[in-house]
Write a protein that binds this ligand. Structure first.
Ligand SMILES: NC(=O)c1ccc[n+]([C@@H]2O[C@H](COP(=O)([O-])OP(=O)(O)OC[C@H]3O[C@@H](n4cnc5c(N)ncnc54)[C@H](O)[C@@H]3O)[C@@H](O)[C@H]2O)c1
Length: 444
């Protein structure tokens, strides 16, 4: 089928490459000219495991091409996936102007009926707004064409996005007409033939809600375990063991029960706020989610409180920051908790050396007073404390004796519970780890 993808960012490029891999004829369109030039030159503009190889393959096979021209992208498409950003506004509501602009390109350029699929995460009832906008604009051009709008939420996780897209846990399609359901079923048939998974066919509003409810639930799980972590710290218990034992219960599950620096990235923080906002607009106060958000903001401040406790005054202290990406496997730093940690420490006058195996380029030039280093050891050498912000495997592999050797003060603030605190303590290190008994070297 002929597939058009508007917005080839983290979701759109993966959608485009995977749709092409499934055998569809795909065009990826973006209004960011430099992004399209990068793609046209054979490069992928961001790091995502397996994406560069897949893109090169499907471009080479002639099934994926890129353009900045909306008319070329939309003209004879069967399905147009809208994959543009939906960032938060100051009041927590999502900014849907990019979605509206993408829909406007369809209304302007489509030459026959198209299925417009929302893949961007949008609040419930956005489909109706898109349908209305499409109808108005099509009407103003003389009318005659009726487009379908479907909700096809995206559940990929950055870091494992290609695998998640080609082997999803489920596919959700919300449509309000039999024709649109049929077209979407044909789009996903090659995927379902390769990988059997539940295919949830529902109405547009329900599909939109499934996405917000899923992300809000996962964020709440993280804030829940972070609250338990605070109690463990006060009571002298171990949150890791609590989470492991809870996770053995099939009704609970272990995933997303990692106490730490809280959630970040371009989705959870904004989707939680957007869900609170749309609920309020509909007349429901989603107090539970307001608390999820509050606990998360508190979790991000946890390392700062630990540093003040262990190092006292932070002005002119040299602090090593390990990890900037919002999670391992990606160079995405959008709403990364590490950035808030960096900002808070700079505000206290600390001198920072920051390492990340792939994300440094994303923050180069952002801070004049922060040193970016290519090797983790260069951040650690001579530091008064280290704060782990992203749980990259290469940090896990650092030996406690090496940490002890490199640091000037033996202070470790392990905000991702990467290391075994007892093992570190055995090498003379003072360790703050999340929701676990705090171990300080005797006499310190
Ligand atoms: N990143 C994720 O892990 C993820 C997962 C699931 C869902 N989502 C949702 O998917 C959506 C996109 O997220 P993303 O991370 O891919 O964003 P992104 O910022 O990486 O990509 C968005 C792209 O859209 C382009 N764009 C904006 N307006 C356009 C227009 N009118 N015409 C053409 N191109 C336009 C931008 O230039 C950009 O390249 C968001 O709603 C997000 O919440 C993201």
């Amino acid at each position: 089928m002929k597939v058009s993808v508007i917005g080839v960012g983290h979701v759109g490029l993966i959608t485009a490459a995977c749709m092409a891999d499934l055998g569809h004829d795909v065009i990826g369109m973006d209004d960011d000219r430099s992004k399209i030039e990068t793609l046209a030159s054979g490069e992928v503009p961001f790091y995502e495991e397996g994406l560069a190889a897949l893109t090169t393959k499907v471009v080479g096979e002639g099934r994926l091409r890129f353009s900045t021209d909306a008319a070329e992208a939309v003209a004879d498409a069967d399905v147009v996936f809208i994959c543009v950003g939906t960032p938060s506004r100051d009041d927590g509501s999502p900014n849907l102007s990019y979605v509206q602009a993408a829909a406007a390109s369809v209304a302007t350029h489509a030459t026959s009926s198209v299925v417009v699929a929302e893949k961007s995460t949008v609040p419930v009832r956005t489909g109706e707004r898109i349908r209305h906008a499409l109808a108005l604009q099509t009407q103003s051009r003389g009318g005659g064409i009726v487009h379908d709008v479907v909700s096809n939420p995206e559940f990929l996780r950055e870091g494992t996005a290609v695998e998640d897209t080609l082997r999803p846990d489920r596919v959700v399609v919300g449509a309000d007409s039999a024709r649109a359901h049929e077209v979407m079923r044909r789009i996903y048939e090659p995927l379902l033939a390769r990988h059997a998974c539940p295919y949830v066919a529902t109405d547009v509003r329900t599909a939109e809600l499934i996405k917000h409810a899923s992300n809000a639930f996962l964020a709440t799980k993280i804030s829940f375990i972070n609250s338990v972590a605070r109690i463990c710290e006060l009571a002298g218990a171990d949150v890791q063991t609590v989470a492991d034992a809870m996770g053995h219960d099939a009704r609970i599950g272990r995933a997303f029960l990692n106490a730490g620096l809280g959630y970040g990235g371009s989705c959870f923080p904004k989707d939680v706020k957007a869900f609170i906002h749309i609920a309020a607009e509909l007349g429901y106060d989603f107090g539970m989610l307001r608390e999820t958000d509050r606990v998360n903001r508190e979790a991000i401040q946890w390392p700062i409180r630990q540093l003040r406790r262990l190092v006292w005054n932070l002005a002119d202290k040299e602090i090593a920051i390990l990890g900037v990406a919002f999670k391992p496997g990606t160079d995405d730093v959008r709403d990364a908790p590490a950035l808030e940690v960096i900002d808070a420490l700079r505000a206290e006058g600390a001198r920072l050396r920051v390492h990340d195996p792939v994300a440094l380029e994303q923050i180069r030039g952002r801070y004049a007073d922060v040193e970016l280093v290519e090797k983790a050891e260069d951040a650690l050498r001579g530091a008064h404390a280290v704060v782990v912000c992203t749980e990259w495997d290469e940090y896990r592999a650092i030996k406690p004796e090496r940490l002890a050797e490199l640091l000037t003060y033996p202070v470790v603030v392990d905000a991702r519970n990467l290391w075994d605190p007892q093992e570190l303590a055995d090498h003379g290190l003072t360790v703050a780890s999340v929701g676990r008994p705090q171990i300080e070297i005797p006499g310190a």
